[in-house]
Design a protein. Structure first.
Length: 67
């Protein structure tokens, strides 16, 4: 799962706490969570792209297996 954090909804301590809890729940369900800031998407795209491509190459984009 890719999360993009913009200032409008991620500017307070409460917002950050909510994001951390959300990430933990997703990880417990077997998802890989990649969180990027708005600034990273806009100004550091080559590194974001490199990380996404590496994650896909490792199969991190595939649905988790639940037995």
């Amino acid at each position: 799962m890719v999360q993009v954090d913009g200032w409008a909804y991620h500017s307070s301590s409460a917002d950050r706490t909510r994001d951390i809890a959300h990430d933990a729940e997703l990880r417990l369900r077997g998802y890989t969570v990649l969180r990027f800031s708005y600034a990273q998407i806009l100004y550091d795209w080559h590194n974001v792209e490199r990380i996404l491509v590496a994650a896909i190459a490792r199969g991190a984009h595939l649905a988790p297996f639940h037995a």
